[in-house]
Design a protein around this ligand. Structure first.
Ligand code: S3P
Length: 172
């Protein structure tokens, strides 16, 4: 069974996924890193050179390739992955369990303000207020897809330990 962590940028998919992989002895895959490795470019370079439409196309293609090549992995998907094309339908197929990490807008804003240079989708948000407003609307649009996950975790003030234990209890 592949376990796919989904949720907005900055929701902790990679951090939690990596730790969960270590603790359960399963391999961990970061889907952004998977794309970067195969394209020989970083995500910001891909967006800059070929644009978002190209990125969404290869993202869908690589999603298929990756899911076919791995059967028992913990996978942190990109924040937009479930929200384009028929990727969410693809993620509902047999042998895949999806988990949505639902993090409040204020927490996402705080985390992403520092990391926005690596997120081309957030490039135009040059003040904290603009970033927060953008995330609020964007997350609202994307929630339609995220909420279709098999499991939904509301991240509030749990420690990382508590979140990992919650994931383990739900998944294994
Ligand atoms: C994106 C999220 C990023 C990356 C790309 C687009 C998005 O992944 O795939 O920058 O549209 O939300 P992370 O959620 O791992 O930052």
């Amino acid at each position: 069974m592949n376990i796919c962590l989904i949720g907005y940028m900055g929701s902790g998919k990679s951090t939690l996924g990596r730790k969960l992989g270590k603790e359960t002895g399963r391999s961990f895959l970061d889907f952004d890193a998977y794309i970067e490795e195969r394209e020989g470019k970083t995500i910001p370079e891909i967006f800059k050179g070929k644009g978002e439409i190209y990125f969404r196309k290869i993202e869908a293609d690589y999603l298929d390739t990756m899911l076919l090549a791995h059967k028992d992995a913990i996978i942190a998907l990109g924040g937009g992955t479930p929200c384009y094309g028929n990727n969410m339908q693809r993620l509902k197929q047999e042998g895949i369990k999806t988990v949505y990490l639902n993090v409040p807008v204020a927490t996402l804003t705080k985390r992403l303000w520092k990391e926005r240079a690596q997120r081309p989708v957030l490039n135009d948000q040059d003040t904290l207020e603009k970033l927060e407003e953008f995330i609020r609307k964007h997350l609202f649009e994307r929630s339609f897809y995220y909420n279709q996950a098999d499991e939904r975790i509301s991240v509030k003030d749990q420690s990382e330990r508590e979140l990992i234990d919650d994931l383990k209890a739900r998944l294994f």
